[in-house]
Design a protein around this ligand. Structure first.
Ligand code: ADP
Ligand code: AMP
Length: 219
């Protein structure tokens, strides 16, 4: 049976960090809508150019564009056994579109871990975030430093700080999250899919709790 997991939480909660650990341990494909947009931007595709203006301002890319991009990614053969979604869905319309898409494949979302972190912690988290150019591995200069500053431990590629991690943009991203994405917490709770995890714990403890929740839905 395919397994679809949606990682929910504000920007900086640790979704990408946890997704890398879980995808590897659970042999799931990590689908990050933010990474897909950044890849398009790097390749200067029409989609990438269009998304850039929204990303630079910390706004959401319109639903129709985002949904089409994720639908296309989930339709690839490597996702037939399911996927670990990170950063999607981010609006009620995206959540509905995902439910409908999975239903056409006779599937559904199995689990929605919500990584809870208070807004005041997020600015420091994102201000100190360093991301790897090759595969989006994430580090923090204080909480999860790489062995060699500026280099990814895993693939050796360059680490960079994202334009949209500047405090002014981060504040807007948190506001957008509160308005447009936070309603999904209730949406998934009502469907019995939500498992809340305290995202202020050390990275390894968060991973442990997520892996336990996944083991439960698999059994
Ligand atoms: P998201 O994908 O939810 O935006 P990230 O996984 O990129 O968040 O994490 C944001 C920043 O916080 C990164 O610099 C990461 O190293 C750091 N981080 C992630 N989880 C924790 C944690 N549990 N404690 C402290 N810092 C963390
Ligand atoms: P992330 O890497 O998840 O922090 O996303 C970076 C940026 O990409 C966001 O601030 C949005 O501009 C855009 N983005 C990523 N995922 C979505 C989504 N599901 N819906 C709309 N915009 C998105």
């Amino acid at each position: 049976m395919a397994l679809y997991i949606v990682l929910l939480g504000p920007p900086g909660a640790g979704k990408g960090t946890q997704a890398k650990v879980i995808a590897e341990r659970e042999k799931l494909v990590h689908v990050s809508s933010g990474d897909l947009f950044r890849e398009n931007l790097k390749l200067q595709t029409e989609l990438g150019k269009l998304a850039q203006s929204y990303m630079d301002r910390g706004e959401l890319v319109p639903d129709d564009i985002t949904i089409a991009m994720v639908r296309e990614r989930l339709s690839q053969p490597d996702c037939t056994q399911g996927a670990l979604l990170d950063g999607f869905p981010r609006t009620p319309a995206q959540a509905k579109a995902l439910d409908d898409l999975l239903a056409t494949w006779g599937s559904r979302i199995n689990l929605v871990p919500y990584i809870a972190v208070a807004p005041e912690v997020l600015i420091e988290r994102l201000g100190g975030r360093w991301s790897c150019r090759a595969e989006g591995h994430v580090y923090h200069e204080k909480y999860n430093p790489p062995k060699v500053m500026g280099r990814c431990d895993i693939d050796g590629s360059e680490l960079y700080q994202r334009e949209d991690d500047k405090p002014e943009t981060v504040k807007n991203r948190i506001r957008v999250y509160m308005e447009q994405t936070a309603p999904l917490i209730a949406y998934y709770r009502e469907r019995g899919l939500l498992v809340e995890v305290d995202g202020t714990q050390p990275i390894e403890l968060v991973s442990e709790q997520l892996l336990k929740a996944i083991a439960k839905v698999r059994s």
